[in-house]
Design a protein around this ligand. Sequence first.
Ligand SMILES: Nc1ncnc2c1ncn2[C@@H]1O[C@H](COP(=O)(O)OP(=O)(O)OP(=O)(O)O)[C@@H](O)[C@H]1O
Ligand SMILES: [Mg+2]
Length: 469
Amino acid sequence: MRTLQDDECGKLGEVGIAPITINMLADLRTALTQAHVVVVRLLDNLELFTEVTQLIATMGFKVPVVCRVERRNLSLTVQAMQEGALHVVAADDYSVKAWGSVTKALATKQLADATQVNKPKSAVFVDPASQHLLALAQRVAQTDVTALLVGPTGSGKEVLARVLHESSTRAKQPFVALNCAALPENLIEDLLFGHEKGAFTGALKEHKGLFEQAQGGTIFLDEIGEMPMSLQTKLLRVLQERTLTRLGGQSPIALNVRVVAATNKDLRLAMQTREFREDLYFRISTFRLSLLPLADRPGDILPLVAQMLVTHGHAGMAYNLDEQAQSLLLSYPWPGNVRELDNVVQRAVVLCVDGLITANQLLFDDYHNDTAGHHMFSEAVIPAGVSAQAPVQPPAFATAMPVAPVQATIPVDLQDAMKHSEHQVIAAALHSTDSRMAAAKLLGISPRTLRYKLAQLRERGASLAGASL
Ligand SMILES: Nc1ncnc2c1ncn2[C@@H]1O[C@H](COP(=O)(O)OP(=O)(O)OP(=O)(O)O)[C@@H](O)[C@H]1O
Ligand SMILES: [Mg+2]
């Protein structure tokens, strides 16, 4: 692989790009945790582009790829765009203009990601604490009160927001999410409240904001603690009056939108330091739902793994975890919560060839500096067999593995946990849809498979509350 020369790095630096140069494809794994975009130099085919995009997908990242191609090689340029390159830049072009278009394309993509209306996913609530939370959320869902979801990073706030939406009478209406931390202030305002044609230079046509797009449904304001003060004031007005006026507009538009907000910030502290408006806090926190850290609800861990293996595993492969792997998953402190578990499962799927996942294949995120993680996992090593792919310094996924066997805190039988989880997922799908056909579609299985699974559940004496078996 040809790497960037010093003068090329310098030129990219001048247009505001800080490149991390890598020598081997394997090094991309580490770089991906920091990179906003991957730039590849293509010589006369798409091979490198394909390898890079596949690696990015395998690691579960969504980092876009920009290609540098010889000016005269028009067909390669076209091919790269067709295959999903974010942008193609002439290999000898270091102009601010060319790289400015890259940054612009990147911003547009981030905007699309930040406001993405994701497909619903099945959620796992098996631990008694989670079942309690789910029951509470389902009750709250029946009302229109504004809910504030609090919990550490990766604990499932967005998942819970979807549960609130899907368990409500608004389930068939839009669910629109906005991450308030991902965007600059003026953009959030325009995105949330929209504008009229001619409201500002460049406002060539009217634009409906996300509140209007969510009419009849739910708007999810993620990371609300990051919302700038001036917007907090506008949001408060919208919540109080249940109307909004588009930028440059005259008449207020009536809103019928349920607001769910989330934060992992201590909003009380933010109020004390005057970063968050007290009146807005009381308005949005009519009902607070708190998500526990994953380590405090160990009953969720193996069912989550079971579900993640279905999502990330290879079709047709039956997965299992050996005893040591189960113990390890149950005793790890999970500083990155469910998101970290998801990463660990994705890596295990890549490393596991025969379907039996062993402790060696569990690569945890890098939390060397985290005292909780450090306490239990003080001996960090890269498991044999992985080191070949991983750069030595720093480790590939910043791998932390205990050498000594770890005691399981709660013994759970994986088969039971998986069945329990499947039962729960099926019950939830039947509950939130009108027909078995729709439930099967939601579950991503055929109606025939659903029928078979229901028959199996019946045989085991399971009853699905509210659902006809
Ligand atoms: N109960 C659950 N069932 C299934 N998957 C879950 C559950 N909770 C979280 N996840 C998965 O874990 C990941 C993180 O969840 P989510 O994005 O909801 O967390 P979050 O609390 O919003 O995180 P952040 O604070 O970083 O925004 C996602 O991939 C999500 O699908
Ligand atoms: Mg979130």
